[in-house]
Design a protein around this ligand. Sequence first.
Ligand code: IPE
Ligand code: IPE
Ligand code: MG
Length: 234
Amino acid sequence: MTDKIILPEHIGIIMDGNGRWAKKRGLPRNMGHKKGAEVFEKISRHCRDLGIKYLTVYAFSTENWKRPKEEIDGIMNLMRSYLKNMQKAAGDHIAVRFIGDRTPFDEDIKALIEEAENADIGEVITTVQIALNYGGRDEITHAVKEIAKKAAEGSLSPEDITEDMISANLYSASPEADLIIRPSGEERLSNFLLWESAYSEFVFMDVLWPDFTEKDLDAAIEEYSKRNRRFGGV
Ligand code: IPE
Ligand code: IPE
Ligand code: MG
C-alpha cells in the first residue's frame, strides 16, 4: 500500500460471484459458496490485522430464498460449519454479530448464532456483522415497526421521531458504512445497507468473490483513500 492510507472505520462487502466462479470450473454452485466462505474467513482476519473496526458482509439476502432449495440448504450447512469451527477460534479478537431477520432459521442455527455472539473472543479488534436473511428494506421496516409500537403505546409522539431513532432501531449497531465493496462486476446494492450507505464510497471490482484476496482489499482501501468525502459540504 502507498503512504496516505485512510482506513475506513466500517467496510461493507457484497460477497458476490460464487456461482459464476463454480460455473467457470464446471463445478456445482455450492462449491463456489464453499470457497467463498473460506475467503470470507481470510478477509475477516485481514481486516483484524489492519485494525478495521467493523466489517459487514452480505451472506444471504431476503431475496435469495428464490434460489433452488438445494442451494439454500448448502448455504445453511456452510453457515453451520462456520459457526461450529468459529467457537474454536476463541481469542482471535473478532466479534461476530448477525444482522437480518433470523426467525425463519432452523433452531440449531439460531442456537449456534447466539453462542457465536456470546463467545469470549478476548479484546475486540474487529466486529464482523454477517448479514443473513438481510434486506435493507426489511431492516428499515423492522425499525419503523419498533418505533410505531412506542407511538401506539403513547410513550412517543410521532413529531419526536428522529433519524437517530431510526438508526438506533436498525439490526446493525455499527456506524454507517464508509466503504462498500462489490466484487463480481455487478454495480448495484441489491438491497444491502440502504440506510447505512447514504454517504458510503463504492468500489466495484471485476474479481469474483472466491478469487478475492487480501491484495484486492488493500487496493479497495487505497482507492477509498483517494476519494474526497464532502457529505454535502464544500
Ligand atoms: C453470492 O454469490 C452468494 C449469495 C448470493 C448467497 P452468487 O451465488 O450470487 O454468485 P453469482 O452472482 O451467481 O455468480
Ligand atoms: C447479493 O447478491 C446478495 C449477496 C451477495 C448475499 P445477489 O447475487 O443475490 O444479487 P443480484 O441478484 O445479482 O442483484
Ligand atoms: Mg450473485
